[in-house]
Design a protein around this ligand. Structure first.
Ligand code: CMC
Length: 377
């Protein structure tokens, strides 16, 4: 039966899911029915990842076990470090992360994705090891030894420690943890859909996550956070923001960090991230990039409001990471470190009622063309 073609599958449901929900008109995002404002105020990234994966908040013993299991699986095999050492240091960290995650699956080759115990440990390993891989790459490419994870440090604190070998400011770890919560899940986005397609073939979860990482890298998706910072640096000062935005829009170019397929108001994650920026800069000193960003948003509000284009999650996140002295090209890997929870939750949901993704197409080519021999072309 012929169907209407929807470019980009705009508005076409690809799954039924109880993991998260977006109300794009009101700017509401919920994970398992709990809004993200509440989760940022009261939860932690690890508790939120449990909620996403298992459908409810953990009891104290469940959370303790989950935290302990993740903590004890943070280390990566020396061969993963060796693999990272072989990659060109000028390469993008998302490519290094994708290669390392694909390789992880070779060390844990359980192919029985219908085995709940096996799946639990795969989820634990992936959530635990992604930060270690990102931090190891960040150090190795500058000729420094990776810093092993510290069992007595919490998830976010440990990641920031593995980057610099310094215990981070207490506010940094709290704000960073909120950033991870905000990036952990977001319904049927491009990288989640990519992972679901891979999952539907019953591929192993390392392959599922590696394919999602590939989709997240692009500048229309997770890669936008890096591009926003480059744009703010290029603008250079708040006074130059209006002319820059006008010039971009006049040239029909996109403003990175603006617009969303689903939100027709400001992305609630952008609102929370902006609040986190203000908390961070009040306590730790102002950020020149933040002042520019506020001016870009004000100008865009004048010029784009009629089109329903507002800041999305990628607009304010990088400004926070910049203040924490994290390299700009690591911002999308940070997104992946958080989103792996959502990808895995969708993977488990897909396995429960799996049907191979095999969409249709509308053929627009010719039929019955003659084959012209090479000598006659
Ligand atoms: N700046 C200026 N104009 C825009 C923008 C933007 N950021 N986004 C969309 N538009 C315009 C676009 O030019 C088009 O205009 P017209 O109808 O006159 O040709 C119209 O809005 C529709 O754009 P679209 O790209 O067809 O819409 P979409 O629903 O496919 O776009 C989007 C969603 C996120 C790809 C797009 O808004 C965009 O490219 N934004 C910039 C990149 C970005 O910030 N990506 C992060 C997305 S949110 C988090 C994540 O996934 O990581």
């Amino acid at each position: 039966m012929p169907h209407d073609f929807m470019p980009g599958l705009d508005g076409v449901p690809a799954a039924t899911s109880s993991i998260s929900d977006v109300d794009g008109q009101r700017g509401v995002l919920e994970y398992r029915g709990i809004n993200i404002e509440t989760l940022c105020a009261q939860s932690s990234f690890l508790e939120t990842s449990y909620l996403l994966l298992f459908g409810r908040l953990p009891t104290r013993p469940e959370l303790d076990r989950w935290t302990s299991d993740i903590t004890h699986h943070r280390r990566i095999k020396f061969r993963i470090n060796d693999l990272l050492k072989c990659l060109p240091e000028t390469g993008h960290p998302m490519d290094a992360l994708q290669a390392a995650v694909a390789a992880l699956g070779m060390f844990y080759p359980g192919r029985q994705v219908k085995d709940a115990e096996n799946n639990y440990w795969s989820a634990v390993r992936l959530i635990a090891k992604l930060p270690t891989i990102v931090a190891a790459w960040a150090r190795l490419r500058h000729g420094n030894d990776p810093i092993p994870p510290q069992d007595d440090l919490e998830f976010s604190e440990n990641f920031l420690y593995m980057l610099t070998e310094q215990t981070p400011h207490p506010l940094w770890k709290d704000i960073f943890d909120d950033c991870l919560i905000l990036h952990a899940e977001h319904t049927m986005n491009a990288s989640t859909f990519t992972g679901l397609v891979t999952a539907s073939t019953l591929a192993d979860p390392y392959t599922v996550v590696a394919s999602s990482i590939g989709a997240l890298k692009g500048p229309l998706h997770g890669g936008a956070n890096e591009e926003v910072i480059q744009m703010l640096r290029e603008i250079g000062s708040p006074e130059r923001a209006r002319a820059y935005v006008e010039h971009k829009l006049a040239g029909k170019q996109k403003l990175m960090g603006f617009g969303h397929r689903v939100y027709k108001v400001k992305d609630p994650r952008a609102t929370i991230l902006q609040g986190l920026c203000e908390r961070l800069f009040t306590a730790c000193g102002p950020s020149p990039l933040y002042a520019i960003a506020v001016e870009v948003e004000r100008t865009a509000d004048d010029l784009l409001r009629g089109k329903g284009l507002y800041p999305n999650v990628d607009f304010y996140s990088g400004i926070i990471y910049d203040q924490m002295h994290i390299d700009t090209d690591l911002y999308t890997p940070l997104f992946a470190m958080a989103r792996v929870s959502g990808w895995l939750a969708h993977w488990l949901e897909q396995l429960r009622g799996n049907k191979l993704f095999r969409p249709d197409q509308i053929y627009s080519g010719e039929h019955n063309r003659p084959y012209t021999p090479l000598t006659q072309r």
